[in-house]
Design a protein. Structure first.
Length: 306
């Protein structure tokens, strides 16, 4: 089994869901936050096997990763990864384990170490003194794609391997569709559009009150989009002379609806009556933006069920 998986030694795959790439030439100036583009999960199929990797967001000088390899529905191996800052730079440490958390023999004495050599524009290069892989390269090539490339040599001959991974969020999205939905080619994005009279003031309101972040503003077109708390779900604002309200009400989940409502009310936000509670199911509260567009908070109570 191990002989079949040696090519995976050092394979680290990562993603993101929403974090921007770092941009620096010198590894001595790089910080762990420059690798934020790796955060999230990626998945690909390879010769009947499923490869999947998950990374935490960088925090306090460290990234933690976990790689999983399954074949025909059976677990084959896992890879545990730590990327951490040190005085002389950033290093990637990894160890492979067979089922039962049994370490690979050649790694029994400790993890394999790779030093960050370069990180720029969503591309990170780690190097080691191994023959293969000597270099591990991660490249963010789109909102839902990451390429992992291994370079080095085997038996004195150059060797390269490259894997194109897809966001696990995207995979989960397509798995929920019928055949008709798959044929339409949904890409996992959603924009909720509202009409507003004053685009600049509305941008301020959605940022300051709801905490959404401006993604871009096309002033000449009277249009902008803001990110929300939900990955690849944006709010779009269109400036018009006469606002027509109505239609579906976007409903955002919160941990504590009473606290969230109190925060909005302290900023003068108007709510539609009292918070509604359906016992052991959900709490709901409807409120309005400055133009009268309705939005809603919900708090799930299912976790409180006995």
């Amino acid at each position: 089994m191990q002989s079949c998986t040696l090519w995976l030694a050092g394979l680290v795959v990562a993603v993101a869901a929403g974090a921007g790439p770092g941009s620096t030439d010198s590894p001595s100036r790089a910080t762990i936050n420059d690798l934020a583009f790796m955060t999230g999960g990626w998945r690909t199929e390879y010769n009947g096997s499923t490869l999947e990797e998950h990374f935490t967001a960088p925090r306090n000088g460290i990234l933690i990763g976990l790689f999983r390899w399954d074949t025909n529905g059976e677990p084959q191996m896992t890879e545990h990864i730590v990327i951490e800052e040190h005085e002389n730079g950033i290093r990637l440490l990894l160890r492979h384990f067979n089922p039962g958390l049994v370490p690979w023999e050649h790694e029994a004495d400790g993890p394999t170490s790779f030093a960050l050599d370069e990180v720029r524009d969503g591309r990170a290069v780690f190097v080691s003194d191994r023959a293969f892989p000597k270099r591990i390269i991660y490249s963010r090539v789109g909102p839902d794609r990451l390429v992992a490339r291994l370079e080095g040599e085997r038996n004195g001959e150059p060797r390269e391997m490259e894997f194109s991974y897809r966001s696990t969020r995207m995979t989960a999205t397509t798995e929920t569709l019928t055949e008709a939905g798959l044929n339409l080619g949904y890409d996992g994005g959603l924009t909720i559009a509202f009409q507003v009279k004053d685009l600049s003031k509305s941008i301020d309101w959605y940022q300051d009150v709801l905490g959404f972040k401006l993604q871009y503003h096309l002033q000449e077109m009277g249009w902008c989009e803001l990110t929300t708390s939900v990955g690849r779900v944006n709010v779009g604002l269109s400036q018009v002379e006469q606002v027509k309200v109505g239609g579906p009400t976007p409903t955002f989940g919160v941990k504590d609806i009473d606290q969230a409502r109190s925060q909005l009310e302290s900023k003068g936000v108007r709510f539609d009556g009292e918070t509604i509670e359906i016992p052991q199911m959900v709490k709901l509260a409807t409120f309005f933006d400055p133009d009268g567009n309705s939005l809603m908070f919900f708090q799930s109570l299912s976790d409180e069920m006995p």
